[in-house]
Design a protein around this ligand. Structure first.
Ligand SMILES: NC(=O)c1ccc[n+]([C@@H]2O[C@H](COP(=O)([O-])OP(=O)(O)OC[C@H]3O[C@@H](n4cnc5c(N)ncnc54)[C@H](O)[C@@H]3O)[C@@H](O)[C@H]2O)c1
Length: 314
């Protein structure tokens, strides 16, 4: 395996923006772009590679599935977006279908790398990838709520006029409508959230938390309405996850992974904090959720299981 090689399957808005972020990161010396539309992959590879004189040398090219064999990380961002008049469930079925065409290509190549799912619905597609890829579970996970968590940190940082990197906060559960802001665990540089808010002149805690959580949840809808797709935030999230893997950082990230009794959840894939390093997910980090958050997490799991039942037969 080449620890300096990454493969991107799907080179639309999300795939190409992620490749652009990865090119600038200096993490890799080789990057292969794969897309059902070969010309699209070729065009993106050319365009991104023309930035190389301003970054670090690497090989960037359009390829096919044989090129993923020695990649340390294989990212899947291939998937259709929602069309007008199409239900969410129709979209799920369509993207599960796309995954059912991609995963056998990965399974038959005995890859040693890590599979990172980014396409939506990311929790459902991660579940499908775990069932079909033939890879051990620790090496198959989804970007989950890493992006939603970044949005929460950013918005809390704005609200409190503080560096978002000092905001220790997480969105957990589904990457979608049933996601949960785990308020009971939030600290700002070690200070409980309400105390920090009051220090910054904010006293309407319930209302502010509700508004911020709603804004985080609705971010994607708002951006899609205004510019058709979201891709820069997810591109940085993909870069962050790759960094944790390649540098074996053992970073705690809310990636989407399989639950085996944790929080009373089973046979479902959703985001809870996990330690991420060179072997993928090392272990989950137990969060101390309050009663309301625990109930919401159970609800998120029920929502996801229902979709899995309707859209995927093993
Ligand atoms: N996880 C997240 O936080 C997050 C954030 C934003 C978007 N997304 C998701 O990422 C996915 C991609 O979004 P986008 O805006 O890039 O869409 P897009 O339509 O721009 O790109 C999708 C690409 O996938 C390719 N593709 C389709 N079927 C394929 C196949 N079988 N093999 C290889 N390539 C194939 C298409 O040719 C296209 O280039 C969507 O599912 C979107 O919802 C996830």
């Amino acid at each position: 395996m080449n620890v300096r090689k990454v493969a991107m399957i799907g080179c639309g808005f999300v795939g190409s923006a992620s490749c652009f972020a990865l090119m600038q990161s200096g993490l890799f010396s080789e990057m292969v772009l794969i897309d059902a539309n070969r010309e699209k992959a070729e065009g993106e590879a050319l365009d991104i590679s023309h930035g190389l004189p301003f970054a670090s040398p690497m090989q960037i090219y359009a390829g096919d599935y044989d090129d993923i064999i020695d990649a340390a990380i294989i990212i899947i961002s291939a998937g259709a977006g929602q069309k007008p008049g199409e239900t969410r469930l129709d979209l799920v079925k369509k993207n599960v279908g796309i995954f059912q065409s991609i995963l056998p290509e990965i399974a038959k190549r005995n890859v040693q790398g890590i599979l990172l799912v980014v396409a939506n619905p990311v929790d459902i597609l991660t579940y499908v990838a775990q069932k079909m890829s033939g890879l051990p579970e620790n090496r198959v996970f989804g970007s989950g709520t890493v992006l939603d968590t970044a949005r929460l940190q950013y918005m809390l940082g704005q609200h409190l006029a503080v560096d978002p990197r000092n905001v220790d906060a997480m969105i957990i559960g589904e990457h979608g409508d049933s996601e949960i802001a785990a308020w009971s665990c939030v600290r700002v540089s070690g200070v409980p959230l309400n105390d920090f808010c009051e220090m910054r002149g904010h006293f309407q805690h319930e209302q502010a938390m509700h508004e911020i959580a709603e804004n985080v949840k609705n971010s994607a809808y708002e951006i899609i309405e205004k510019k058709k797709a979201t891709y820069y935030g997810i591109a940085m999230s993909v870069k962050r996850i790759c960094e944790a893997i390649i540098r074996d950082e053992k970073s705690v990230l809310p990636v989407s992974s399989a639950m085996h009794g944790e929080y009373g959840l089973n046979d479902v894939t959703l985001s809870m904090p996990a330690i991420v390093g060179k072997d993928g997910i090392e272990t989950l980090v137990p969060m101390e959720l309050d009663e309301k958050e625990q109930t919401e997490l159970q609800h998120s799991s029920v929502v996801l299981k229902d979709v899995i039942k309707q859209a995927y037969q093993a």
